[in-house]
Ligand binder design. Structure first.
Ligand SMILES: *[C@@H]1O[C@H](CO)[C@@H](O)[C@H](O)[C@H]1NC(C)=O
Ligand SMILES: *[C@@H]1O[C@H](CO)[C@@H](O)[C@H](O)[C@H]1NC(C)=O
Ligand SMILES: *[C@@H]1O[C@H](CO)[C@@H](O)[C@H](O)[C@H]1NC(C)=O
Length: 399
């Protein structure tokens, strides 16, 4: 009897130690009621880049580590971090809600990976052709994830790394640059591909990326849908049908909608086909469009013009004066604006969306957290990606 009791006590002790260790790996977990902090891995473009582009060879347009970026002073650091915002971006709020520390840029030499890491790169696309040579494209971001996987295995052992990877949240925000610079700004690409075909290609490559992460053990995915691209100050200013009133660039909006619809359909399919696949998709398009058109309804004063930039709508991307044109104007109060610069929303928009849309990794994964499905689906696009999806999936399910 005594022996059994001793044995049970020992077992209890072992269990306790294990439990304590698990708690210790959850950094910042004051709230011990749940496994509050799974790691957060972020892939994307300037909507999420926390400063990776500071470390690569690129053009000034792809960098934001200069004033007035970061001017609201949240990050007390000089030069500014490189976020394309007056302060934080959406993933900073998501990390905060998940009780995680700030997620570091992958290229930051001192970056720790145990809470996740951010691979995002301003200007990056899903297709390698988009801004090629000037950004870290999605494929390269996935390669970088492999390096992190390796480092985690060394640090935590194979079992520990596998656990971290399978419990982590994978947040993906990318695609805008494929349609703006990669397609509308690239006559050659337009000659090579019809819009529907092009969307199919972009979605096909995004689907492959999701599948790759799933095969590595990723199970929980979050997506920021594309915004109404044609209503970005830069695209309003570039609208070929532009008039004094400055309507949105319709083709750009149509591409973003087609992309969002196709992604939505892909995710629905993946949920059925990939065992344990969980996701949360957002409808940033509708949400932001509403703020652009009715800023005062949401406490903003200006939904059309950027706070920082020059020319019509401050749509010329000169904020900070590091590009060819050095002239720029800056508004008095960025919190009154939907748009910080010609392409990027203010911190206030990032914060509102993260908060109102329930972008909390702990709760968001029962997906359909988000209201309002987008408008009608265009069937040619659907057909194209369905074909691609079938090809990918047949390969996957056969093995
Ligand atoms: C991925 O994009 C490339 C162009 O970069 C294209 O040739 C290829 O067909 C795409 N793959 C899928 C599955 O759509
Ligand atoms: C959903 O759409 C309705 C009308 O279509 C709008 O009034 C509402 O604000 C939208 N909600 C969100 C969360 O975007
Ligand atoms: C969805 O809409 C309902 C009612 O309109 C609202 O109560 C709820 O908070 C909304 N959810 C999100 C995530 O916006």
């Amino acid at each position: 009897m005594g022996r059994l009791l001793n044995y049970l006590l020992l077992l209890l002790l072992v269990l306790l130690v294990v439990v304590l260790q698990v708690n210790l790996t959850c950094a910042g977990g004051e709230d011990s009621s749940s496994s509050s902090s799974s790691a957060l891995f972020i892939f994307g473009d300037s909507t999420v880049d926390p400063g990776n582009n500071n470390y690569i060879e690129t053009v000034p347009e792809n960098r934001a580590n200069h004033k007035p970026y970061g001017q609201n002073g949240f990050f007390q650091q000089s030069p500014p971090t490189g976020r394309f915002s007056d302060g934080r971006v959406i993933v900073d709020f998501i990390a905060e809600y998940a009780k995680l520390p700030l997620i570091p840029p992958f290229l930051e030499p001192s970056a720790e990976y145990v809470n996740g890491v951010n691979f995002g790169s301003g200007g990056a696309g899903i297709l390698s052709e988009t801004n090629q040579g000037l950004v870290i494209d999605l494929k390269t971001q996935l390669k970088n994830f492999e390096a992190v996987e390796k480092a985690l295995t060394e640090k935590l052992g194979e079992k520990g790394a596998k656990k971290l990877i399978s419990e982590a949240v994978y947040f993906i925000s990318i695609g805008s640059n494929d349609y703006m610079g990669g397609y509308l700004g690239n006559p050659t690409m337009q000659q090579l591909h019809h819009p529907e075909e092009y969307v199919g290609m972009v979605i096909g490559n995004l689907t492959q990326a999701i599948q790759e992460l799933y095969e590595k053990g990723g199970r929980k995915f979050g997506f920021l849908s594309l915004s109404p691209l044609g209503c970005l100050p830069a695209l309003r200013a570039a609208n070929p049908k532009g008039n004094e009133e400055g309507g949105c660039f319709e083709e750009a909006c149509a591409l973003a909608l087609a992309h969002n619809n196709a992604l939505k359909a892909v995710l629905t399919s993946l949920e059925h086909l990939f065992k344990g696949f969980k996701y949360c998709n957002s409808n940033f398009y509708v949400w932001l469009e509403d703020r652009i058109n009715n800023p005062s309804k949401y406490g903003f004063k200006e939904g059309m013009n950027a706070c920082c930039g020059t020319g019509p709508f401050r749509g010329l991307f000169t904020c900070g004066g590091t590009n060819k044109v050095t002239d720029y104007q800056l508004c008095d109060n960025a919190d009154d604006y939907v748009w910080w610069d010609s392409f990027h929303p203010t911190e206030r928009i990032h914060e509102q969306f993260a908060r109102l849309s329930g972008m909390d990794p702990l709760t968001m994964l029962d997906h359909t957290t988000f209201n309002n499905s987008s408008s009608s689906t265009s069937s040619p696009v659907l057909l194209t990606w369905l074909m691609i999806l079938n090809q990918i999936l047949s390969r996957f399910t056969n093995t």
